[in-house]
Ligand binder design. Sequence first.
Ligand SMILES: Nc1ncnc2c1ncn2[C@@H]1O[C@H](COP(=O)(O)OP(=O)(O)OP(=O)(O)O)[C@@H](O)[C@H]1O
Ligand SMILES: [Mg+2]
Length: 322
Amino acid sequence: MPLSEMMWVEKYRPATMAELVDQESVKQRLQALLQKKEQLPHLLFAGPPGSGKTTTAAIIARYILGEPWHDYTLSLNASDERGIDVVRERIKTFARFADRREGVPYRLVILDESDEMTSDGQTALRRIMEENSAHTRFILICNYSSGIIEPLQSRCAIFRFQRYGEGPVVEHLKAIAKKEKLEHSGDSVFGAIYEATQGDLRQAINMLQAASATGEITLDSVRSVTGATVKGRVADIMSAALDGDFEAARSKMVELTRVYGVPERDFLKYANESLGGIKVPDLGKVISILAEYDFRLVQGSQPELQLTAMLAQISSLKEKAS
Ligand SMILES: Nc1ncnc2c1ncn2[C@@H]1O[C@H](COP(=O)(O)OP(=O)(O)OP(=O)(O)O)[C@@H](O)[C@H]1O
Ligand SMILES: [Mg+2]
């Protein structure tokens, strides 16, 4: 059995708009647009990880193109593809086969992580979109719409996906638990998973699956997996740094970003959140350090170097204090 079949995030990924939980305003606007699918504009989906962007893009593709949607959809990850030239070539080749099969109005290009493209790349992308607009629609996906250049934004209908609230996440986890015939010690286990994942549904479902490995889901089994989450690891790194142990903090951070591929700005976000749970003498100082490095990352400085420097600075607070 391939891994994807064993993973609940895939097993329970919705295939139709009706199965999508929450995201009401996105669904309503999309349904209105899909009434006239020939006139569908390019779309831009912005929102945090695990908020349903990729899932929704696939639902739209299936709705517009029918079951052979895979044949008429090109899915690219902008950050994987080496540069805009590769993207252009792949789109060109793809769009060239503009056979007009019955019921297939155009082809779709889904470009994930498009905010990772340089602004030169995005400018080129804008031309590519125009050149191919007769037979192609684009769905651009990103975490931050601020990372997309204005001329691209203005060519798209923008949809903002929100983090899921506690209600929908708990409902969804309960429904999965029921289908999987899981024993659980009470509804508080779902609340605890929500607490640890803060509206990232992918992470919540993965955590449910991990916590179920021992059989019954209890608060203990949930805690044992939340400790191992990215958020928990970032919190450990921050404690090490605040303790003055720069070396430990640095090597764990490198592991987390290189091996687990945690985006550097997410690292800073989790670092900030972790400060809520611990006693920090120089809280204001630590937060302004985080803010300073967040700013540097947005400006495009070398991320690993910046995070290392940040941990060094936080670690040195302890030396000064003692
Ligand atoms: N509205 C939803 N209803 C039901 N399940 C959902 C919904 N949104 C997300 N999921 C579940 O969460 C998983 C992750 O969602 P998805 O891949 O669409 O997130 P994403 O927004 O593309 O995240 P990323 O930015 O990390 O790529 C899906 O496989 C699906 O199981
Ligand atoms: Mg995605």
